[in-house]
Design a protein around this ligand. Sequence first.
Ligand code: BV8
Length: 260
Amino acid sequence: MSQGGASELQDRIRRAERVAVLTGAGVSAESGVPTFRGTDGLWRQYRAEDLATPEAFRRDPRLVWEWYDWRRQLVATCQPNPAHRAIAALERDAPEFLLITQNVDGLHRKAGSVRLVELHGNLWRVRCVRDERTTENLEAPLQDIPPRCTCGGLLRPDVVWFGEALPAEPLRQAFDAAQSCEVFLVVGTSAVVHPAASLPGVAREHDAYVVEVNLEPTPLTSIAHESHHGKAGEILPRLLSTSPSPQPPTPNPRRSPCSP
Ligand code: BV8
């Protein structure tokens, strides 16, 4: 397994029919979106069990709703970074491609990715706990916190909480891609949350060339053919030889992390 040295990735991608990419919170870090388990990560400030479980929502729906609303406002002004854009460019070049993201921030779509599945749902969509209908219309001024569906049921974030099953069709597509791709690129995930974390191992078992791009080593590093440790926004454009688009101005550290 090579670390950070010469990469076969471009050559492997050129020769590949099917390419799959798995991303985690690290791909959005340079856009200003906090990760979960990093030094300044969300789970450092909050306990996952207190906010990202169905029990937490049953116990204190207002607290959980307000936490996700805070995250929506945090993410609303964040822009895709060169890592998102390099993955969107790769999609345009690969004959068969699937982006499998654990992220709920919507930045891959904003960067132009189309062939993607969101394994853990989407921050911008809410779901009625009673009739399961979803909506992305969060504009209406909220009388109640959390707001209610027209059927009277509470609206909840349409994300996958701990102990909840992942959406069946995206999960099926993700495992199909891992089993059939020739190249599997993993970007910005600590690889601790299952079942997403098992995908790179499935790809490796099916003879895919597995490449990891992450700030630091993870449980995947030992099974990857290549591991490149550093910032995805710097490494990916170079690795995929997409010229990094002009860097947006560095956000003023004294203002909200994503304000231009
Ligand atoms: C389920 C809510 C079953 C959404 C989240 C097998 C083994 C062990 C445990 C389990 C298992 N199977 C199931 C479990 C239980 C559990 C689990 O995995 N627990 C772990 C933590 C021990 N899994 C579940 O509960 C899942 N459900 O299995 O249900 C079932 C089946 C049928 C019927 C009923 C039930 C549900 C999992 C989803 C949980 N939801 N969040 C939200 O609020 O966002 S988890 C949370 O972690 C996020 O969703 C996130 O997507 C996910 C993964 O985190 P990462 O994206 O990897 O982020 P992290 O901060 O950890 O790492 C970022 C990395 O980036 C770091 O390595 C960092 O170094 C790097 N980085 C930072 N900056 C950069 C960078 N890299 C590059 N460039 C940079 N600039």
